[in-house]
Design a protein around this ligand. Structure first.
Ligand code: MBD
Ligand code: FE
Length: 284
């Protein structure tokens, strides 16, 4: 390890970065939600909280512990992490239930738009001594209407062999293990990367405190994140997993689906895998 104590990854560090990222990319504050809908949703969420308090006779001590913890979530910048781990999977289910094409799953807190373009065949940016098993991934992007999609974009991002993401953990080059590929005339691509490590939710922040206090585990299985897009088609956000990972069955973020588990094969230098995507046309 070359990391010094000073630049070790911390929950507050990745949390602050994820919070800034969300504010600059995603916040649309209110987004035109009409008052009737805010009223409906806010009332139902609050009554679920009230019901839980009555049913379990929640005490003032517990109420104050909750208040302190919620303050802590904000102070450690962990709202993106908390929501993406424990809430996003249901939003994703609802948003994509009409689709015929490839299944997706949650985005999580660590996507960054604008990763370097590598064409149809190429490598993700890595450090000279990037640890991890080399992985060559080939595939094709098609439309559920049939045709191959030339010029489709595949944005890939994933953790390194220590389970850390560039731009969210310190000391990693900006675009390490992040890239954008564009399919060729037949809709095909070939991506050279490394196998990521399982991801552990930071144990030193508010989410880690909840996990410890509830006796849960902090792990997500190893995964590759992708966004696949083509004109006239719905954006597909997915993650791909590796067979045999002990957390495929109990992902803390509930984001594993059987269709998303790869079937890698051993190769001379690492592994190869074939996996493609079918995108749903936008219907009006
Ligand atoms: C991750 O890497 C991730 O993908 C999700 C969903 C939550 C926390 C960390
Ligand atoms: Fe992730």
């Amino acid at each position: 390890m070359t990391a010094t104590h000073r630049d070790a990854p911390t929950a507050a560090g990745s949390g602050a970065n994820a919070t800034d990222r969300f504010k600059s990319d995603k916040t649309t504050q209110g987004a035109g939600t009409p008052p009737e809908r805010v009223n409906l949703l806010a009332r139902e969420v609050l009554s679920a909280v009230h019901e839980t308090i009555r049913r379990h006779k929640v005490t003032y001590e517990e109420y104050n512990a909750l208040k302190a913890w919620l303050i802590d979530v904000g102070e450690t910048g962990e709202w993106p992490l908390f929501l993406d781990v424990w809430v996003e999977h249901v939003v994703e289910d609802v948003a994509t239930e009409h689709r015929q094409g490839s299944r997706g799953t949650i985005e999580g807190p660590y996507y960054v738009p604008g990763a370097p373009e590598q064409g149809a065949r190429g490598s993700v940016p890595t450090r000279a001594d990037e640890p991890g098993t080399p992985l060559v991934w080939t595939g094709q992007v098609t439309s559920t209407d049939g045709p191959a999609l030339a010029g489709a974009k595949i944005e890939l991002w994933h953790a390194d062999a220590d389970g850390l993401y560039s731009q969210f953990a310190p000391g990693i080059p900006e675009w390490n293990l992040r890239a954008t590929f564009t399919t060729d005339a037949e809709g095909r691509f070939e991506i050279h990367t490394i196998r990521p490590a399982p991801y552990q939710i930071p144990t030193d922040g508010a989410c880690g405190k909840l996990i410890a206090a509830a006796g849960w585990h902090p792990w997500r299985p190893a995964h590759l994140h992708v966004k696949v897009s083509a004109p006239g088609h719905e954006l597909l956000t997915a993650q791909l997993y590796f067979p045999g990972d002990e957390h495929n069955d109990d992902d803390i973020a509930s984001a594993v689906k059987p269709e998303l588990i790869l079937e890698p094969k051993p190769a001379d230098d690492g592994e190869t895998v074939s996996y493609g995507f079918a995108l749903d046309p936008v219907r009006n």
